[in-house]
Design a protein around this ligand. Structure first.
Ligand code: ZN
Ligand code: ZN
Length: 258
């Protein structure tokens, strides 16, 4: 059985728990740790977990909202931490005391009862990766922080039943909002973040592969509104806007079956 829970999502900090259950054995992967030490511990506690239950950490890229307190968490609890060689270089190659594992596009990693596979995405970081996870049954895709969707992204996510999907901005809100011109271009550009409509179209393209659940994530506080993201998803996928949970900045989302 595969479950997941966002502990928080957006430019103020991202962290997602993925849990595989086999009988009474639980395996946990933490995807990104973009929160401070205390805040992460508080939210982990609210999710009913202790840091010692985390079996592995996967860092998607070096932006602060993803890397946060990952290093101190890994060192304090002796948790192996995966990231691309480029991400490791971008954070200054800190001493990770033997816990560093280099993640590569398309190379599956087995972590007890959970397997995860990173894949390359276009984003303005050194070597960003996103991933899909499986317990051998269900498959979950995690896709945040990318400027556009490539055929490689789509083929990597084929067969996912659930998707945690970036719905970063509404193009009109971004265009008419307070961001400086250059930042608008960065966010809306090919190496920035996904607009609601593009995200929804991406999810629709994955429907034939068996996609059944989409959780909107990494919403901009300034350039988006949960209702707009939900409406875009409902428009492309069918169903009602309320069928689509939103992982927000303060609390993420509930534990969900993948
Ligand atoms: Zn981000
Ligand atoms: Zn980023």
């Amino acid at each position: 059985m595969l479950r997941f829970k966002s502990l928080g999502s957006g430019s103020s900090g991202n962290a997602t728990l993925v849990q595989a259950r086999d009988g009474t054995t639980l395996t946990h992967l933490l995807v990104d740790c973009g929160l401070g030490v205390r805040e992460f511990a508080r939210r982990l506690g609210q999710a009913g977990m202790l840091a010692d239950q985390i079996d592995g950490i996967f860092i998607t890229h070096e932006h602060t909202d993803h890397i946060g307190s990952a290093r101190s968490l890994a060192l304090r609890h002796r948790i192996p931490i995966w990231m691309s060689a480029g991400t490791y270089a971008a954070i200054g190659e800190p001493d990770l005391q033997g816990l560093l594992r280099i993640a590569r596009d398309g190379e599956a990693v087995t972590l007890d009862d959970l397997e995860f596979t990173p894949f390359t995405v276009p984003h303005d970081a050194r070597e960003p990766l996103q991933l899909h996870c499986t317990d051998g049954g269900a498959r979950l895709g995690v896709l945040t922080d990318l400027g556009h969707v490539t055929s490689h992204v789509l083929s990597s996510l084929g067969g996912c039943r659930s998707l945690l999907l970036e719905c970063n901005h509404d193009p009109d809100m971004l265009a008419n909002g307070p961001y400086p011109h250059l930042l608008k271009r960065r966010v809306g550009g090919d190496w920035g973040h996904l607009a609601n409509g593009v995200a929804a179209g991406t999810a629709a393209a994955l429907l034939p592969g068996g996609l059944r659940q989409v959780v909107a994530a990494h919403l901009s506080k300034i350039n988006n509104h949960p209702a707009l993201a939900r409406a875009a998803l409902a428009g492309a996928l069918g169903g009602a806007p309320g069928d689509f949970p939103v992982a927000d900045a303060a609390t993420g989302c509930e534990w969900l079956d993948a």
